[in-house]
Design a protein around this ligand. Structure first.
Ligand code: PBG
Length: 329
């Protein structure tokens, strides 16, 4: 029988909540979401710049926050440091200094909450006086190969501290294989690499840069010589293919909501899990619109489910805990 009215009435399956629940193709679970946590080297918990409801935590407050997230079904956190300007320099050397803030946080959180997966960014922007993700070379641009050496030191430091997943977010060419061999050669065969494979030079990172305090360092300089042009899709597929061949365990698309085509295409093509990062600008737009009553609060869930429907196996989102609490009720 061909699809025809009235034998086919698609509204039949939508007639009641129980039926809609059963036929729902995409279910969001707390473990699908990863919670980003900002940390700083102070005892207090303060607002993280322009992001409503997001805080910079002390290490002990980050542990409490992570524990609460675990209780609500979240299985991994991603930590991001906000560093005092006095510790920043042109090479970002604080980024790989033994006992730096992130390595202490990884160690402390892992000791207190061993069942929680810990993800740490590999990049230098929280630590550089110019706010770029790498070290500037003689031509005034971020030098790929010198930066990779620094990233490898940082990767080893965080792996030694007990980090479960390293997430290179710098977009240097060849960093995945360099980090993979450092890990293999130093007794960390099981540390995962989550590659920010398709990371765009997006305008949506502003609130994050405020939260980690790199905005005033970067000023109006762009990251377009290493992050991707937001007009490109094929290039993302190439980036992903390379990272996969270099030994990445998980690929990521970032930002999420304006890049669902990239997510869909990548998750169709790759056999690796693909994550989406719903970034600070996406969070801030939706949060503000919901808080001021312009949008219904279910827009939050819609934005995250859209990522999962587009092929994301997990979503890094600042809404993770709020959503997990909602899903538990
Ligand atoms: C650093 C990094 C950025 C984000 C994650 N890691 C900022 C940037 O590349 O400038 C952005 C995350 C967000 O906006 O929520 N390399």
């Amino acid at each position: 029988m061909p699809l025809s009215f009235p034998y086919t009435r698609l509204r039949r399956n939508r007639k009641a909540a129980w039926s809609r629940d059963i036929i729902s193709e995409t279910k969001l679970m707390p473990s699908d979401m990863i919670l980003p946590i900002f940390i700083h080297d102070e005892e207090c918990k303060v607002n993280a710049g322009a992001m409503p409801g997001v805080y910079r935590h002390s290490i002990s407050s980050a542990i409490e926050y992570a524990a609460m997230a675990y209780e609500h079904g979240i299985r991994a956190i991603a930590i991001f440091p906000s560093i005092d300007d006095a510790l920043k320099n042109a090479t970002g050397s604080e980024g790989w200094r033994p006992q730096n803030l992130v390595s202490k946080a990884i160690y402390e959180i892992k000791s207190n909450l061993p069942q929680m997966g810990i993800i740490a960014d590999i990049a230098l922007d929280p630590y550089t006086s110019h706010g770029h993700d790498g070290i500037i070379g003689d031509n005034g641009d971020v030098d790929n190969d010198i930066t990779i050496e620094a990233l490898c030191r940082q990767a080893l430091l965080f792996a030694d501290a007990g980090c479960d997943i390293l997430a290179p977010s710098d977009m240097m060419d060849g960093r995945i294989s360099a980090i993979r061999s450092i890990l293999e050669n130093n007794g960390h065969p099981n540390v995962q690499i989550l590659s920010y494979a398709a990371k765009y030079a997006s305008n949506l990172y502003g609130p994050f840069r405020g939260a980690i305090g790199s905005n005033h360092n970067l000023r109006n300089n762009s990251k377009k010589t290493y992050q991707m042009d937001f007009a490109n899709l094929k290039e993302a597929l190439l980036e992903a293919k390379l990272d996969e061949s270099e030994g990445a365990d998980i690929l990521m698309v970032k930002p999420a909501g304006w890049y669902l085509d990239v997510l869909r295409e990548l998750s169709n093509r790759s056999d690796l899990p693909v994550f989406a990062y719903q970034v600070s600008g996406e969070y801030t737009m939706i949060r503000t619109a919901v808080d001021t009553g312009m949008l219904h609060e279910d827009s939050i869930l819609e934005s995250i489910i859209a990522c999962k429907r587009s092929g994301a196996r997990a979503i890094i989102t600042y809404f993770a805990l709020d959503c997990a609490i909602k899903l538990c009720n």
